[in-house]
Design a protein around this ligand. Structure first.
Ligand code: SAH
Length: 367
């Protein structure tokens, strides 16, 4: 299917600029031509783009990704609010600081408290409420249904789940009672790496993610950049996988080493490759909801804002009550992305926020 130029004026303009630019390579020129035609990029092309270091080609990649973003999802930056409601986890993923065998202080928020925090976050006008936790069977099907239903009625914002693996039947029920989005990152599509780092079954996780798509969820995939033995080819495969199965949201973040985990001495993931992966994913899935992640902001807060120059259009702010947030240590020194600070920074940088956020800010006389 070819891009109609009149529907993608920014992309067309940017691609033409790259074609005329004497400082960019033939490879990025031919990639630009493919983007104009609406042709899918190849694994080799993604590998080339993922490996770009500071250069005219990298600048061109970011500009192209941002043009694709503007043409397909507009200028708005969406702010989602995350509530980390439990750090109990039955899995033992080697990268994660709340893995079952890590000795950390554990907490569970009561359903009443989760609903209360959700209502408070909704008052800020946030675009989605994300409920995140370790894999915690304490929250049975019925308890989850009750929480989702109450948030749906009282907070009236879209609900996104990020609670790990549940049965297909549970995901179906959660959707029926009001969860419209679900994030279940593949973490890596390379089965050998997955099996070496993740505490669950590769085939089950991948089939669940595909099932979320077929259930009609706005389904979220994503990976960790910088896992042991991961190559640029693996990251290209992650992007192609998400494109081919119909993923609509993604969480792509650098690996952050965490004390007392098997990967505590493994180096931090590359911020450059993460930013390149954002741009590639925007080219691969033009309409994707893609946050610039807290993990990237944990390396450096300024880097998180650079994500918006590489095709991202979402940021997640944290509404977890502080006493819990401090022990929701999926990785060390996890940055607190705070609502007002984020809004302030985005407005300062001239970004456009959604209608509901602006309305809430006006009501509080913040703008
Ligand atoms: N238990 C849920 C939610 C996980 S926490 C699930 O398994 O789906 C959300 C994300 O944090 C994970 O999907 C993982 O990609 C990321 N994460 C965990 N530990 C990390 C680390 N050390 N560095 C970077 N990202 C990490």
């Amino acid at each position: 299917m070819a891009f109609a130029n009149y529907l993608n004026p920014e992309t067309f303009k940017e691609a033409k600029r790259i074609l005329k630019d004497g400082s960019t390579s033939q490879i990025i020129k031919s990639i630009s031509q493919k983007i104009i035609r609406g042709d899918a990029l190849s694994r080799e092309e993604f590998i080339y783009l993922l490996g770009l270091k500071d250069s005219p080609d990298r600048k061109a990649l970011f500009n192209l990704a941002n043009a694709v973003r503007r043409d397909n999802v507009g200028e708005t930056i969406f702010i989602k609010g995350i509530i980390e409601f439990s750090n109990y986890c039955k899995r033992d993923c080697t990268y994660c600081g709340i893995r079952a065998s890590c000795k950390v202080k554990r907490y569970r928020m009561e359903p009443d408290e989760i609903v209360e925090v959700a209502i408070d976050s909704a008052k800020h006008g946030i675009d989605t409420i994300i409920l995140q936790s370790g894999e915690d069977p304490f929250y049975t099907t019925d308890i989850m249904i009750d929480i989702i239903k109450r948030i749906k009625v009282d907070a009236r914002r879209p609900i996104s789940l990020s609670i790990g693996e549940r049965t297909p039947e549970e995901f179906k029920l959660f959707k029926e009672v009001g969860a419209s989005r679900c994030l279940l990152k593949q973490e890596t599509i390379n089965p050998y790496i997955f099996k070496s780092v993740h505490g669950s079954d590769y085939e089950i996780r991948i089939s669940l993610l595909k099932m979320l798509v077929s259930l009609g969820y706005i389904a979220g995939g994503g990976n960790i950049i910088g896992l042991p033995n991961q190559t640029l080819g693996d990251i290209a495969d992650d992007i192609i996988f998400m494109r081919d199965i119909g993923i609509k949201m993604t969480g792509i973040g650098p690996f952050i080493p965490t004390k007392n985990t098997p990967l505590e001495n493994h180096p931090v993931g590359s911020a450059d490759i993460t930013l390149n992966a954002y741009a590639c994913t925007r080219l691969a899935i033009p309409t994707i909801f893609m946050p610039t992640t807290t993990a990237l902001g944990t390396i450096d807060p300024g880097l998180q804002y650079e994500g918006f120059e590489a095709g991202c259009n979402v940021i997640m702010v944290n509404f977890t009550p502080d006493n819990y947030r401090q022990v929701y240590r999926i990785y060390d020194n996890k940055r607190k992305v705070e609502f007002y600070e984020t809004v302030h920074e985005l407005l300062k940088r001239g970004k456009k926020l959604s209608f509901s956020i602006m309305k809430a800010l006006r009501e509080e006389e913040m703008v």
